[in-house]
Design a protein around this ligand. Structure first.
Ligand code: SD4
Length: 331
């Protein structure tokens, strides 16, 4: 892991390095908050603030996920997410604690805070996952406001894509837009893991999924064991990148299983990435997949296929460091 930038006053906004919003001092004993990408720094700040004000771990990871969901400059989570190939923005999210609590939504529409709807699924239904029209109806029933998620920017990107791709389903189409395979704009789902001094943990993962996907496509993010997994006494893991490659191997559950068997979080992340590479061979050329892991002692792991995956770690003092994950392949 390569130190990238340290942010003692927690950052707000998309780029951690440019964050300026200071927060009052205060520590949360034993806290570690870990999230995907540099914009995770702002999410971590919100999660840390929630813990510091007496919130639970679930309150914290929900608060963290809500930050990129509301960010109009983030085109892969929540509001302003890139739409599917028919022009509908559909959101996927999951939230999970280490006591068997799980809630998720997939293909949710017209609702900014998918992570909060996922939490309601966990807390107010006997189910763990609601999808599509049913998820959207549940969001309305629960009082979440109806709002179009498509913005002029995301609509323009979709219309440009339609001209070139001619409506053909395509994995990894983000690379057409960013031209930086592996980087922050290539599949920038947010996955968060949080831990407190007592070794308890929770996690959240929220995304608008693959840009210009087929209608109805759901990736790894809302699927327990793929985009997120948390287990009491062991730790948690979350993923980002091309979801199909994670789902194929139930990636986050595999990371946690490795840790359960004695691997460190770093070893566990490396094992699953190497497994995907071996399993898929040429099929994953130019594809980004990244994993983060956190064990109950607060040790962190990160590994990915391609260079460019960054992540944010916040400690008990509330200091956030953005790091570059090591990758299996060079550019
Ligand atoms: C998914 N991992 O749906 C998520 C988000 C993403 O391109 O990276 N999309 O596959």
């Amino acid at each position: 892991m390569i130190p990238f930038v340290t942010i003692p006053a927690k950052a707000r906004g998309r780029a951690a390095a440019t964050g300026t919003a200071p927060m009052s001092a205060g520590r949360v004993s034993g806290a570690v908050i870990l999230s995907t990408w540099d914009f995770g720094a702002a999410a971590n700040a919100a999660a840390f603030a929630r813990l510091r004000s007496g919130g639970t771990l679930i309150d914290a990871v929900e608060a963290g996920g809500m930050v990129p969901e509301a960010d109009p400059t983030n085109h892969s989570v929540g509001y302003a997410g890139y739409p599917d190939r028919d022009g509908h923005v559909t959101l996927d999210a999951v939230i999970m604690d280490d006591a068997g609590g799980v809630g998720a939504v997939a293909a949710l529409e017209n609702t900014v805070h998918a992570i909060s709807v996922a939490r309601r699924v966990m807390e107010r239904t006997p189910h763990t996952l609601l999808v599509g029209e049913g998820a959207t109806r549940f969001a309305r029933d629960q009082g979440f406001p109806q709002q179009s998620l498509l913005t002029p920017d995301s609509e323009k990107a979709w219309r440009d894509w339609l001209k070139t791709a001619k409506y053909q389903p395509e994995a990894n189409s983000e690379n057409r837009i960013t031209r930086t395979p592996g980087g922050a704009l290539d599949h920038d789902t947010i996955g968060l893991l949080a831990r407190t001094a007592d070794g308890r943990m929770a996690g959240a993962c929220t995304t608008s999924g693959m840009a210009f996907k087929m209608r109805g496509r759901v990736g790894d993010s809302p699927q327990v064991g793929s985009g997120l997994y948390v287990e009491a006494g062991v730790g948690g893991a979350t993923s980002t990148g091309l979801g199909e490659e994670v789902t194929r191997v139930a990636g986050s559950a595999r990371v946690v299983a490795s840790m359960r068997a004695g691997a460190t979080p770093q070893q566990a992340c490396e094992e699953v990435v190497r497994h995907i590479a071996k399993l898929r061979g040429d099929a994953i050329r130019g594809v980004q997949v990244g994993f983060l892991a956190l064990d109950t002692k607060g040790n962190v792991g990160a590994f990915c296929l391609l260079p460019g995956f960054t992540y944010a770690v916040t400690d008990a003092q509330g200091t956030t460091t953005v790091l570059k994950a090591r990758s299996l392949f060079q550019a």
